[in-house]
Design a protein around this ligand. Structure first.
Ligand code: MRU
Length: 340
């Protein structure tokens, strides 16, 4: 099934906090419930956040009591503001809201407005599947038969609608008949690698080993890794990559060992406007670090630093794979987006 979809009058999604033990399909009837699902990491992963944001606007339109287009639009402005406040770092969430706004701003007829908005959210979800397949196709060209690939966090179907970005590249290479082996980092503090990437790889029968985050240097030094492929939450015009905390360290190690470091993401992750130093890196609550699966592991009152993402400078990135192709440095990402 899809990670997130609009069915009837509601949004259905896989509750990612319950995996891998239980596969629970949850339902949101309004944008407030959906915003909380994003804050609580039930829906997560940059592309999925873009789709969820769009579906949140569709829910707000469906639930609006407004009689005129202007009244409905003022509900959509409020819903956008709420959804914007959920998570600050992934560009895709804001991209989804902006794309929806371009649709509803234009519409003057109230019932057409609601239909258009719901339809657009569905189009965005369908497009995500196609874009990820495109990323997979292009990225698979960089993967050789027999490659050992390290990936971090979860950039799979669960982080998108269906196919995944970094895992999409791996899936596509496997579908093309290449034998690959994957090293998946557990990804503390929330263990997206152990819980989600391991779940996806196991379900697909792609051979892998789960490693803790501090084993990356070891496996590279032992010559066990040929390539790194990760996803991204935001890519700046300069080509810097913001992704799950720990990505930067992996990129430094990859460079030290002469291992190519690839980033796979849809073009909706690229932000041409913001400078790297202006991007807000989400800080999450201390309990995520002081506990593991609900069990306390540190003395009570321990002070914690918990940034959810870090920045990998473009100098450490070997290529960026989007649905439009593979971009090698020195890239001009505005050309890639057709906005030069
Ligand atoms: O905090 P998360 O789980 O939403 O972070 C997800 C990541 O950092 C992924 O690597 C990124 O979104 C790419 S997903 C295709």
């Amino acid at each position: 099934m899809r990670t997130i979809e609009w069915k009837g009058d509601a949004v259905y999604f896989i509750d990612q906090t319950k995996l891998p033990r239980r596969l629970i399909i949850a339902k949101c009837d309004d944008h407030e419930e959906l915003a909380r699902a994003i804050e609580n990491m039930k829906i997560r992963g940059a592309p999925a956040l873009g789709v969820a944001a769009a579906m949140g606007i569709a829910l707000a339109a469906k639930n609006s009591k407004g009689k005129t287009a202007d009244e409905i639009k003022s509900d959509l402005v409020a819903a956008s503001k709420r959804i914007r406040s959920t998570r600050p770092t992934a560009r895709n969430l804001f991209w989804g809201l902006e794309r929806m706004e371009r649709v509803w701003r234009r519409e003057k007829d109230p019932s057409k407005l609601i239909d258009r908005v719901i339809k657009e959210a569905g189009i965005i979800a369908d497009e995500d599947v196609q874009l990820c397949r495109g990323i997979g196709r292009h990225g698979a060209e960089l993967i050789f038969d027999g490659d050992n690939i390290l990936t971090h966090c979860n950039a799979g179907g669960l982080a998108c609608v269906e196919y995944g970005t970094a895992l999409g590249v791996i899936r596509s290479a496997v579908a093309g008949g290449k034998k690959v082996f994957v090293y998946a980092t557990e990804t503390r503090p929330l263990l997206q690698g152990a819980r989600l990437t391991a779940f996806e790889l196991k379900s697909e029968g792609i051979p892998f080993k789960l490693i803790t985050d501090n084993m990356v240097g070891y496996v590279m030094q032992k010559g066990l890794v040929d390539k790194v492929v990760v996803g991204a939450d935001r890519i700046t015009k300069r080509g810097d990559v913001i992704n799950k905390i720990g990505t930067y360290g992996i990129a430094v190690l990859a460079r030290a060992h002469g291992i190519p470091f690839y980033v796979a993401a849809p073009s909706s992750t690229i932000d041409l406007l913001v400078r790297s130093e202006e991007i807000e890196i989400e800080e999450r609550k201390a309990e995520e670090v002081t506990t593991v699966c609900g069990k306390s592991i540190a003395p009570r009152g321990t002070d914690v630093l918990n940034p959810a993402f870090d920045l990998t400078p473009k100098e450490l990135v070997s290529a960026i794979i989007t649905e439009k192709g593979v971009a090698y440095p020195p890239y001009d990402l505005s050309v890639l987006l057709g906005k030069s």
